[in-house]
Design a binder for this molecule. Structure first.
Ligand code: ADP
Ligand code: MG
Length: 374
């Protein structure tokens, strides 16, 4: 699916299904844990925060996952319905109005600002949908279902809170003083909780499954330099010597930062600097020799040969190449593509040639070698 310049990839891995199930279960539990605020709102307005896990799903796994949590949560409630499914269906509508705008906006750019804008837009959408749903679906339907169509009964029921409301002015009171502040409060609390919890739960939410095969290939989101260092360590821990790590991405994407993490994990103490001007930096004090190359200003690999660099590279060296121009690389190649998503957010797409021939089982969908589902 194409949205703007972003592609939503369906990653139906076992980890995806597990996370979706867990967040749906949480959403369902929160859906049942509803309560009233009878002093300020009519008693049939029930406060609950079941969209919170859906928002977490939407932010971490994409809009599709967020909407699925909303839908499954409501479907689970169907057997317990006391409103001939109308309550569950309107909650489904309301849930989508909350989760979809926020996760779509966050998908465009994954930073705090877009999370905040997304949650604000969601709040406005939720209030709008709640107004329409209550005016044209819920109240008319419940009047028929519980009060034999006697609208005055509902007006009477709310007279403690809206003593001045008549049958003619009921909607103005109920929508203006009930639905609007009630939904603003509900969305504000969920937005705040999403903000507080999302980063804290980020590790769990982005869990990609544990495999017996040590697997690097796949897409990783790093939200700060520390996470990039951690990813570089994960790569470094698989190195035995002789590998080539190719780094690509725009200027400032994090190629040198990633190399710093790699060097640190290999035990290099010397400070790693960009080889932009030196072409090649060599670090020999780590577990394996690290050859860090920047080919930006080179036409092709032959130029390096002329410099005699290849001949002097030991067989067990790990070669890290920014702006690679070699064409016939052999041995294990770890291709790392970095995309800038926000001020500190980066997506690392790793493809490990050592894993290309292996089969990887996935759930329902087939996975391409680059780790993306098709
Ligand atoms: P490149 O070598 O690709 O031109 P650098 O590694 O030199 O890029 O620069 C990346 C810049 O982005 C650094 O200033 C670094 O502090 C910053 N940065 C912010 N967040 C991250 C992140 N998650 N991963 C890597 N670098 C990041
Ligand atoms: Mg650099």
């Amino acid at each position: 699916m194409q949205i703007g310049n972003k592609t939503i990839t369906f990653r139906m891995s076992a980890a995806y299904v597990a996370k979706l199930a867990l967040l749906t279960a949480l959403a369902f539990a929160l859906y049942l844990a509803k309560f009233n605020l009878p002093a300020i709102f009519p008693s049939f307005l029930e406060m609950q925060f079941s969209e919170l896990p859906a928002l977490l799903a939407g932010f971490s796994m994409g809009p599709v996952a967020g909407v699925l949590v909303v839908i499954f949560k409501c479907l689970l409630k169907f057997p317990l319905t006391s409103t001939a499914f109308v309550g569950e269906l309107t909650d489904m509508l309301l849930g989508v109005a909350i989760v979809l705008p926020a996760s779509l906006i966050y998908l465009r750019r994954k930073d705090k600002k877009h999370a905040a804008i997304g949650l604000a837009v969601s709040t406005v959408c939720a209030v709008a949908v709640a107004l329409l749903v209550n005016r044209y679906i819920s109240i008319p339907f419940y009047t028929t279902l519980y009060f034999d169509g006697n609208f005055n009964a509902i007006v009477g029921m709310c007279s403690v809170i809206y003593p001045n409301a008549t049958a003619d002015t009921f909607y103005a009171f109920y929508l203006g003083l009930g639905i609007v502040p009630f939904n603003l409060l509900r969305c504000a609390i969920m937005a705040l909780l999403t903000f507080l919890l999302y980063k804290r739960l980020s590790k769990i939410l982005h869990w990609e499954g544990t495999s017996l095969i040590h697997r690097l290939s796949g897409s990783y989101e790093c939200d700060n330099e520390e996470e990039t260092y951690a990813l570089a360590k994960k790569v470094a821990d698989t190195l035995k010597g002789g590998e080539t790590v190719l780094l690509s991405g725009d200027l400032g994407a994090g190629k040198t930062t990633f190399t710093k993490g790699l060097a640190k994990a290999l035990g290099v103490e010397e400070e790693v600097t960009s080889p932009t001007f030196t072409v090649l930096n060599v670090y020999e004090d780590g577990r394996l020799p690290l050859y860090h190359l920047d080919m930006y200003r080179m036409e092709n690999g032959d130029e390096l040969g002329e410099l005699g660099i290849e001949d002097t590279t030991p067989a067990n060296a790990v070669k890290v190449i920014e702006w690679n121009k070699f064409e016939n690389l052999t041995g294990r190649i770890i291709d790392v593509k970095i995309t800038v998503e926000g001020e500190n957010e980066r997506i690392f797409e790793i493809s490990d040639s050592a894993e290309h021939k292996k089969e990887h089982r996935t759930f329902a969908f087939t996975k391409k070698a680059d780790g993306k589902a098709v």
